[in-house]
Design a protein around this ligand. Structure first.
Ligand code: MLT
Length: 262
């Protein structure tokens, strides 16, 4: 079992819950904490299997988005966050967000979906995830870096921004392989959330990177249009990793959104 909920909070006021992507941990939000803590109580959560929430014994073979959503709820309980929060989910953190909305609806009053999707995986994509999960046991971190790095970063970042490439590579090298495999299997079985997104009637912000190869501009702009109260922002000079590749523009969008809330 994991230890007590792995979470930390900075600042005071309205809760702003930040949920990281795959295969990262809450440290990926490092550049967002300072601007956001001026606006509320920033809660960073490590999802099951990642960061400070690595399993002490055996890692389950599947970590579902529902289990992760319940882990976020447990983290909020642990921090005694009782009032509804601004939920910010990055990619897999967004998938967790849809589950969180299904299971803990009263705990969310506004939503930021960064570089994520509402659609479930296609059959091929789900099979690809399961194959990767199985292959990790023999191929290890080399497979992760070789497969993910070109999808996570914009071509220009990969070619010219060594520091960013090193930062993201370091996250991939540190990711616990059993958790990575379990999260891949969990994402493969996630359900479609398009209907939930359409029905949701809370202030929302959808963020995409200009060159995002995983959650594309076309898909996310269309998603935002189906949502009742969603704004859409494209972050220039960034691929999937907006929060790292162009933290300044991402932070401007986040601060503007949070400041606009009543
Ligand atoms: C993430 O950044 O969390 C992943 O790219 C999500 C995914 O693999 O769909």
């Amino acid at each position: 079992m994991p230890k007590a909920p792995a979470c930390v909070a900075y600042g005071t006021g309205r809760p702003i819950v930040l949920v990281h992507g795959f295969p990262f941990h809450s440290g990926m939000w490092e550049r967002q904490v300072a601007p956001l803590r001026k606006l509320g109580r920033v809660v960073l959560v490590d999802l099951l299997g990642f960061g400070a929430n690595e399993f002490e014994g055996e890692t389950p073979s599947v970590l579902t988005m529902d289990a992760q959503a319940d882990a976020v709820a447990a983290a909020l309980d642990h921090l005694e966050v009782r009032e509804p929060a601004i939920f910010m989910g990055f990619s897999m953190g967004g998938y967790v967000g849809w589950s969180f909305l299904r299971r803990h609806r009263a705990r969310v009053d506004s939503l930021v979906m960064c570089n994520t999707r509402a659609a479930a995986d296609s059959r091929d994509a789900a099979r690809g995830r399961r194959e990767m999960a199985d292959a990790l046991a023999t191929k290890g971190h080399a497979l992760l870096i070789e497969t993910l790095l070109p999808k996570l970063l914009a071509p220009d970042t990969l070619a010219r921004r060594r520091h960013v490439v090193d930062t993201v590579s370091e996250f991939l090298r540190e990711a616990p392989l059993a958790s990575v495999a379990a999260a891949q299997r969990g994402m493969a079985e996630r359900v479609d959330s398009s209907e939930l997104a359409r029905e949701l009637d809370i202030p929302s912000l959808v963020i995409v990177g200009e060159h995002d190869a995983i959650s594309t501009r076309e898909e996310l702009e269309a998603l935002a249009k189906t949502m009742r109260q969603a704004q859409f922002v494209e972050i220039p000079s960034a691929g999937h990793m907006t929060v790292i590749e162009n933290a300044a523009a991402t932070n401007r969008a986040l601060v503007e959104f949070v400041s606009s809330l009543e």
